[in-house]
Design a protein around this ligand. Structure first.
Ligand code: UDP
Ligand code: MN
Length: 301
């Protein structure tokens, strides 16, 4: 109402940070650059949602204290427990865990790596939209501009997400592509559908709650049906689900420009895809968020 500030919610995950100085250094660089490029109006406030496991809570709080101290804008901090959210998520994402992770105990096998797909079920009703961002990123633009992208969602879209910038889904959709010559599935842009990367996510929670189509796709049977149709077995957690859902129902997604999630990993260039790699990797324009995925260093300013 009148007199209240407009709140801009941003969610980050910091887990298993104890004994992982590399992760903590990345998180610090991410938050420092967010603060440095962040300019909000006098009636706006950032709400930083930090999702941690118990051992990471201390380091996480210290990190926020050090990086937000000199923020030139209003902010609040909200803490969430990985353990609590994991129990809420478990039944929703059980099927996805089987299909979109390399196996029990592996990197993306934990329910928390599927948090974003069911964010609308675990966040309080009052939160109508939230931006989830990885911590292996650096900002080169004002995060407020990213919130303005919510206004560009077409009718029916529930999530804003940038495309995946390596041919990983060309690889995974190999059998489907063989059986469907000429399909755009797994092809590079601009004409193709390379899949999505979940490093930067605009989650319109209100739209996610209201979309029968989206909620139907979360059902175990629907997830199984889609995976079978596309002969899909993944290992990248939430982004596997978004990629698969987007092949069948592209209208659910607003595709962000590549400059909002400029991924830097080049692993697939050297693993059989050197010929086509650059068609996926190319991204023109001023980078607004660098994403140093697969531990790739981020270029200095
Ligand atoms: N993450 C974490 N602890 C870990 C690994 C990952 O908290 O041990 C969080 C962190 O926010 C990270 C995100 O999960 O940015 C996704 O993982 P990562 O960025 O390493 O994956 P990639 O982008 O390389 O696929
Ligand atoms: Mn990342």
């Amino acid at each position: 109402g009148a007199g209240e500030a407009e709140v801009l919610p941003v969610l980050v995950v910091l887990a298993k940070a104890e004994g992982n100085p590399g992760l903590r250094a990345k998180a610090e660089a991410a938050l420092r650059s967010l603060v440095r490029f962040g300019k909000l109006g006098p009636r706006q406030a950032l709400a930083l949602h930090l999702l941690t496991d118990a051992p990471s809570r201390g380091p996480g709080k210290a990190l926020l204290r050090d990086t937000l101290r000199d923020a030139p804008f209003k902010y609040t901090v909200v803490f969430h427990d990985v353990e609590v959210l994991t129990e809420k998520l478990r039944p929703v994402v059980e099927e996805m865990q089987k299909l979109f992770s390399a196996g029990a105990g592996t990197y993306y096998s934990d329910p928390i790596f599927f948090l974003s797909v069911a964010m609308h079920r675990v966040m309080p009703r009052e939160i109508s939209r939230i931006i989830q961002v990885d911590l292996d990123v650096e900002y080169r633009a004002n995060i407020r501009e990213l919130f303005e992208e919510f206004d560009n969602f077409p009718e029916g879209a529930v999530i804003g997400i940038a495309r995946e910038m390596q041919p990983v889904y060309r690889h995974i959709f190999w059998q489907y592509r063989k059986e469907h010559p000429g399909t755009p599935v797994g092809d590079p842009p601009p004409g193709g559908r390379p899949g999505f990367n979940s490093g930067v996510l605009l989650l319109n929670l209100e739209a996610m709650r209201h979309s029968d189509l989206y909620n139907g796709l979360l059902e175990a049977a629907a997830v199984r049906r889609l995976a079978e149709k596309f002969h899909f077995r993944g290992h990248l957690g939430d982004q596997d689900f978004f990629t698969l859902a987007g092949m069948e129902h592209p209208e659910l997604f607003h595709t962000l420009d590549c400059t909002w999630n400029r991924q830097l990993c080049t692993w697939w260039r050297d693993h059989g895809y050197s010929e086509v790699f650059d068609q996926y990797y190319r991204c023109d324009g001023h980078v607004k968020i660098y994403h140093g995925n697969c531990n790739t260093p981020i270029p200095q300013e």
